[in-house]
Design a protein around this ligand. Structure first.
Ligand SMILES: [Zn+2]
Length: 295
């Protein structure tokens, strides 16, 4: 069973018109990535995956039109990112699990929470405190964590650096997650991207909290950083707490699987210690749904 815990909403419901295609070279440090995509692209990319978590990122209430990965553009005007995640899930409800994204400083947060969980069937939440510019340990955020812990809904936190200059880096540090996990021990948390390039910080937090995991998305195209992070997780005995994730559309699940399998060759080619294949297979086939006790 392959569960991809980290996928972003497509920018368009239908095919992307040529005039709206957007390319990016900052996300993958010089490698060109297509940022625009359709529902068909999404379904095609996840053919070999059993389950996906999909989400947008809620904008800052003081800049509601300024979205992190640009404006999706190709969806009905009255849709927000949560409507898009839900609508995408209707194309394959067995596979695609919508996650909401909210902003702790949004005065209407509780109404949108109720709508997402009640009407849209969202099963978790994505937060990017750096992109959303809120301190992860602020009072309003703690109120949200308390609800999520009570409702047993997992959080995928963006962790680690990003090329977006207005996103405060310190808010993406695993150090905050330690504080949150201590205050909410039953809250289920996934640290995205092994918190790259702070994989050491990520494993330090993951190892001490039963309900904190990490996802392996967006690692393989920086092979030295990837091998280091994975080897450190292995030495500290926490590879079992890594979930599979692709960060689609930045990478596809197939590329991510290939990247994970290529770690062995990387170790041989560079005379480095290996990460046992059983650990790699464990990550690819880990059943996040079961471990997160999602219904
Ligand atoms: Zn992401």
């Amino acid at each position: 069973m392959i569960v991809d815990v980290h996928t972003h909403i497509p920018t368009h419901e239908n095919e992307v018109p040529d005039s709206e295609i957007k390319l990016d070279t900052s996300m993958k440090s010089g490698i060109t990535t297509k940022l625009t995509n359709s529902v068909r692209d999404y379904l095609e990319s996840f053919k070999n995956v059993e389950k996906t978590f999909v989400f947008g990122i809620a904008p800052r209430p003081w800049k509601p039109k300024d979205l992190v990965l640009g404006n999706p553009g190709g969806w009905p005007k009255n849709f927000n990112h949560n409507d898009i995640a839900y609508k995408l899930s209707t194309y394959n409800p067995e596979k695609i699990i919508p996650f909401m994204s909210l902003h702790p400083l949004d005065p209407k947060i509780n109404d949108e929470y109720d709508r997402c969980v009640g009407d849209l069937g969202c099963k978790g939440i994505k937060l990017g405190p750096n992109y959303q510019d809120f301190p992860p340990d602020c009072e309003d955020a703690f109120k949200l964590y308390s609800r999520l812990e009570h409702d047993s809904l997992p959080i995928v936190f963006h962790q680690g650096t990003s090329p977006i200059s207005h996103a405060p880096l310190m808010y993406a540090s695993p150090q905050y997650i330690d504080k949150i996990a201590m205050a909410f021990p039953k809250l289920k948390i996934i640290l995205a991207h092994l918190a790259h390039p702070w994989q050491v910080d990520a494993l330090s937090v993951v190892r001490k909290h039963k309900n904190v995991w990490a996802d392996v998305s967006a690692q393989f195209y920086r092979p030295w950083s990837f091998w280091n992070g994975m080897r450190l997780f292995y030495e500290w005995g926490v590879t079992e707490k890594i979930f599979f994730g692709s960060d689609w559309p930045i990478t596809t699940p197939n590329e991510t699987i290939e990247g994970l399998l290529s770690l062995e060759k990387f170790a041989i080619d560079h005379h480095l210690p290996k990460i046992p294949n059983s650990e790699i297979q464990g990550i690819i086939n880990r059943n996040a749904i079961e471990l997160l006790k999602m219904s």
